[in-house]
Design a protein around this ligand. Structure first.
Ligand code: TA6
Length: 298
């Protein structure tokens, strides 16, 4: 569907419209009494969410992000699916799977009330995905824009055989200064350190940042909170259907080497990702489903 057809079928007067976004990609612009948000149909990716009473977006979106319909958009909440990280079979398939680099379609849009708008997107096998992954699946993402930002990613196995996935809601949270923030809820928890051959280590106290961090926490207290003393806000992250949480900041060296990040962008975001990865791999039997849900609240 083109933008006009999308608006004809799914727009909601004064609240939800489809626009031609950066790179000509189809975006959904939502503006209700609680918040305004931008969602890209390319990648099924929430790009921004700003509460009506907040001067700062919840999410970080790189000013150098690519919108070429090929590379994943750097920022917002990329959907890593049906694998997290490098290709688990070493076949040189795209890092973090293909859901974030394919065009999703719209299932429905609903104005729950003036304060809450819901969008359901879906991804089903297509020529591109079949080159990468032969299983039959029906992936849906329900996004709720209200006093909180809620995502629910549902994987349905519509094939005859069980399949295994790993996944993450790879959220980039906007922060004032990486050196000033703290992440709570992971104190004393064990994690796999991706920067040290996935060695198992234990978190001592709250998480602070003074260098690159890339960790798969294999246990956590819910909710996890990001405390930002400069923005004077706490981002609360509740998650359901996951046993692992990834915490990542690339720091200066990687930030400078990534074409879709400004050199100092690492100072302005932290990724805290509800995930099923590391030991938390999900096997879904034929006809069954798995739900991964997060609630982000400022
Ligand atoms: O979630 C952390 C991570 O797996 C890091 O290792 C880093 O690769 C990051 O994801 C970003 O990956 P991307 O493919 O989006 O550049």
């Amino acid at each position: 569907m083109n933008i006009d057809q999308l608006n004809k079928h799914f727009s909601i007067s004064k609240t939800l419209e489809f626009i031609e976004g950066a790179g000509g990609l189809p975006f959904i612009s939502i503006n209700n009494a609680s918040a305004k948000s931008l969602i890209s149909l390319f990648g099924g990716q929430v790009l921004s969410f700003q509460s009506a009473d907040s001067a700062t977006d919840l999410l970080f979106l790189s000013s150098k992000a690519f919108y070429d319909g090929g590379k994943a958009i750097r920022g917002g909440i990329p959907i890593c699916w049906p694998w997290f990280g490098a290709d688990p079979e070493g076949l040189n398939r795209p890092s973090h799977g293909f859901a974030r680099i394919l065009l999703w379609t719209v299932v429905k849009t609903v104005a729950i009330n003036n304060f809450t708008t819901q969008v359901t997107l879906q991804l089903t096998p297509n020529a591109l995905s079949k080159e990468l992954w032969l299983h039959d699946f029906h992936l849906t993402l329900e996004i709720t824009i209200g006093s909180s930002l809620i995502l629910e990613l549902v994987t349905r196995n519509t094939g005859a055989k069980a399949f295994t996935i790993s996944q993450a809601l790879h959220a980039y949270f906007q922060i004032s200064d990486i050196n000033q923030i703290r992440v709570l809820g992971l104190e004393d928890k064990h994690y796999l350190d991706k920067l040290d051959q996935y060695q198992q280590k234990q978190q001592l106290g709250v998480i602070t940042f003074a260098n690159e961090v890339d960790r798969i926490y294999t246990e956590f207290n819910d909710p996890i909170s990001i405390i930002d003393p400069i923005l004077n806000r706490k981002i609360k992250i509740q998650s359901f259907g996951n046993k692992t949480t990834v915490v990542w900041n690339p720091w200066a060296k990687n930030s400078a080497n990534m074409a879709d990040l400004n050199n100092d962008d690492y100072q302005r975001f932290v990724c805290v990702e509800a995930s099923n990865t590391g030991p938390d791999i999900i096997t879904i039997a034929s006809g069954q489903e798995h739900r991964l849900k997060t609630i982000y609240t400022i």
